[in-house]
Design a protein around this ligand. Sequence first.
Ligand SMILES: [Zn+2]
Length: 333
Amino acid sequence: MRNTLYAAALALTAIPSVLFATLPAAPEYAPLDRPLTIEQVPGKDIFYSIGNPGVPSKVNEGNTSNAGYVITNDGVVVFDALGTPSLGWELLKDIRKQTNKDIRYMVVSHYHADHIYGLQAFKDHTSATIIAQDRSSDYNENKETADERAGARLSQRQEALYPWVNKKTRVISPDITFDDKMTISLGGKRFSLIYAGPAHSGSDIMMMVEPDGVLFAGDIVQNSRIPFMNSDDVSTTQWLKALNEVLSLDPQFIIPGHGKPSAQAKEAIAFTRDYIQYVRDTMNNAVTNWIDFDTAYDAADWSKYRKFPAFDNNNRGNAYRIFLELEASQFKK
Ligand SMILES: [Zn+2]
């Protein structure tokens, strides 16, 4: 009897520790009703999760951004963590379906809620080093210029995305930051992290994976979706420059922060560039002719973009932000 009990106790302690080698047994995150949509870059050990095209809501469970991971012989590099701890946990589970190799680095494209709340799952259940650009600290520390005023955004999401974002959800800071460029060599691959901001946010970076020629572009590229630009830190002038830099990298496959990944990188880049340019041209006409914003906005022809996801949520704010940016630029020099 004693031996049986002892054996049973041994089995009970042994099983969880075996499981723990791959994944902890009981995640503390609210389960999702809809699974992630995971795809593979053809012929490469590179996988990505495709978010829904709209803005975060209970219907899409906050799954609106893209993220991905690269498996090398010496470990895994992840790019972005998705918009809730539950989504981060699902991404982690998907990695564990493919490989048992250590998750070495978690690279964050920029500090905005739809890309970072999933970091909590990686922080609590892996030893990955989290890397972001220097200005990611603005998100928490500088309340005047923070990308989206972190505290207010978290409260909003705790309501809008409950139970997946809740009182236990916290913003995880990076372990390492860099200014302009950083290179990681791992398992025969080179990961070039390139600062491309301040464009969509203060801390935008992109990650080029060589020799695969795959670019994780973050929110600099948003294919077939109206990007969010209505934030203090947006600079469309710098954003257009960053898009030119993306073109010069000549990626063979591009994974944008939102929208469809593509082997036709030039077309994916052109969507975001043409949209920004169109809003700029329209608002520039208003600013130079002293037309007030509402009149200019109502008179503009938005038919080309109205059909794309997030138009209703983002377009008017984007136009207003660009109107202010162009107005301010008239007072410089
Ligand atoms: Zn985003």
